[in-house]
Ligand binder design. Structure first.
Ligand code: C5P
Length: 224
């Protein structure tokens, strides 16, 4: 049954955007709403998969029948993804992960002081979770999917990123005003490590989610 083609599979999806705290009231974050990741989770569940949704700061209703693991920071997201990926058939990293986090966390609120220079914020690199999972493949035959938002040379930058990360599929978005962040619609090209290019026309995030699962399903080993 094509409609339930992910029955018996465990898939892991990350959604939302990480927040890297500076002090108890401030963080470095990004504009990801989580809507694309949630659409991916709903679509996979509808197709019969067991779904673990690692959700970073998304203010969205929990999809029915999906195991939601809430996280805040990139380091927490990594822990949750590594744990859930051990037996996963596919891992889709739709979350916007902060590339950097503040080097130190101030346990008290950072205060402005008269006559003082702006304090610099020292940053350190966060781990690249997608590259780590794609390199390690906790489960043999696991299909690993990344997302990339690009502003220029979308296809060339996407192809280079797919190779750098070592994933099987990379969903490349062109970042624009009405597209992508917070909207209900998306437009993308899904690049495959096998050289394939699947354009997904402007439309609901559900449609892109279904195309991603079509491409994942084609790549899953039979009867794992
Ligand atoms: O390098 P860039 O941030 O453009 O890559 C985006 C892709 O990599 C997304 O799939 C995102 O979830 C993932 N990523 C990650 N860990 C990071 C940064 C990005 O897994 N530290």
């Amino acid at each position: 049954d094509l409609a339930r083609d992910l029955t018996g599979r465990h898939v892991v999806v990350s959604a939302g955007g990480t927040r890297e705290p500076l002090d108890p009231v401030r963080f470095l974050g990004n504009r990801s709403s989580g809507k694309q990741g949630y659409a991916l989770a709903r679509s996979a569940a509808a197709r019969g998969a067991r779904v673990t949704l690692v959700s970073a700061n998304a203010a969205l209703p929990e999809p029915a029948g999906v195991d939601v693991v809430p996280v805040g920071t990139a380091v927490q997201l990594r822990e949750a993804i590594l744990k859930a990926s051990a037996d996963a058939d596919a891992v889709v990293m739709a979350a916007a992960v902060a590339d950097f986090r503040p080097q130190t966390y101030a346990t008290g609120k950072i205060k402005k002081k008269d006559g003082q220079e702006q304090p610099p914020i020292a940053l350190v690199r966060n781990p690249d979770i997608l590259a780590e999972i794609a390199g390690d493949r906790p489960r043999p035959g696991q299909v690993v999917v990344g997302f990339a938002a690009e502003t220029d040379d979308v296809l060339a930058n996407g192809r280079a990123k797919l190779e750098r990360k070592g994933c099987d599929l990379l969903v490349v978005n062109e970042v624009g005003e009405r597209k992508t962040f917070g909207s209900e619609e998306n437009e993308a090209v899904v690049l495959g490590a096998d050289g394939s290019e699947t354009p997904v026309p402007y439309g609901p995030k559900e449609a892109l989610a279904d195309t991603v699962w079509d491409l994942v399903a084609e790549r899953l080993p039979k009867n794992s």
